[in-house]
Design a protein around this ligand. Structure first.
Ligand SMILES: Nc1ncnc2c1ncn2[C@@H]1O[C@H](COP(=O)(O)OP(=O)(O)O)[C@@H](O)[C@H]1O
Ligand SMILES: CC(=O)N[C@@H](CCC(=O)OP(=O)(O)O)C(=O)O
Length: 263
């Protein structure tokens, strides 16, 4: 099987032009097929506030009413996605910027209302990602760059967490490629002490993950990220790594990079 990197970058990387530049350069230097998934929650929050729309998040998930959906569609599919695609083109990566609606690549279901109404937020299942058609793009020489938007197949765009999209794409493509999923953010990986970059935990298995949660060493945004990461490992993705966007180059040079997950 050919190899594939599925790489996700979060809002803190996108928001810093120097970090984004370095990341996209290192991304381009990696050999083989690649898919990029980007978030941008931080920028959507800033833009909402500039427009006088209050941003509401619960456990890191955005309450997406119709006004907020308009904002995130403009910010994720427009501003951020096209800027990333243009920068990748400069480095020589033939990127094609996509939402899940384009090519019907990712179909989601609007989250049912239980105690909280998340509004226009999409949930993914094992049938959501059209891996065969995405693989056609890869084989034609394109590098897909997905933003955090999907659709319901009935005309409705949906806001979907970018970590979840990355995991779902990696799982679906694992039937076609030897797939490595990488979450890039602003820290060296999962840290024992969030304020000490030297306290990197090199490897985590599910037992250690439970211990780290109990000790509250892992919290906030890292919890759903690791849940998505372990879901990928248990569904056929060959390797999952969480690391610093600035250090992605180490991966290509076979140097130790980030926190590796194991079964
Ligand atoms: N043990 C930990 N090691 C590193 N980061 C952690 C840890 N526990 C919680 N975090 C938090 O998780 C955040 C990453 O999650 P999130 O903000 O969702 O990422 P992204 O930037 O990819 O969207 C970090 O910025 C950090 O504040
Ligand atoms: C439903 C939901 O919460 N969607 C996310 C999508 C963006 C995202 O995931 O951005 P980061 O990776 O930068 O956090 C949001 O709107 O914040």
């Amino acid at each position: 099987m050919k190899s594939l990197y599925v790489i996700k970058i979060g809002g803190n990387v996108i928001d810093n032009s120097e970090n984004l530049y370095n990341f996209l350069k290192d991304f381009t230097a990696l050999d083989g097929h690649k898919i990029l998934i980007h978030g941008g929650g931080k920028i959507a929050t800033q833009m909402s506030e500039q427009l006088g729309i209050e941003a509401k998040l619960i456990d890191g998930r955005r309450i997406t009413d119709i006004e907020t959906l308009r904002v995130v569609t403009m910010v994720y599919a427009g501003l951020i996605n096209k800027n990333i695609v243009a920068q990748l083109q400069r480095f020589g990566t033939n990127a094609i910027g996509l939402t899940g609606a384009d090519g019907n690549f990712i179909k989601a279901t609007k989250r049912p209302v239980k105690t909280i109404d998340y509004g226009y937020v999409g949930d993914l299942d094992s049938q959501s990602v059209n891996a065969e058609n995405i693989s056609k793009l890869l084989e034609a020489g394109f590098t897909p760059a997905f933003c955090a938007l999907t659709h319901d197949g009935d005309g409705q765009m949906l806001n979907t967490n970018a970590d979840t999209i990355a995991s779902a794409i990696a799982i679906a493509l694992a039937n076609y490629y030897d797939t490595t999923l990488i979450y890039c953010f602003e820290k060296k990986g999962v840290l024992k002490d969030i304020n000490d970059e030297e306290s990197l935990i090199r490897e985590i298995n599910p037992v250690r993950y439970d211990e780290l949660k109990k000790e509250q060493i892992i919290h906030s945004g890292m919890l759903p990220k690791l849940d998505n990461a372990f879901a990928a490992i248990s569904c056929g993705v060959k390797a999952v790594v969480i690391g610093k966007s600035d250090e992605l180059g180490k991966l290509g040079n076979n140097q130790p990079f980030g926190t590796r997950l194991s079964n």
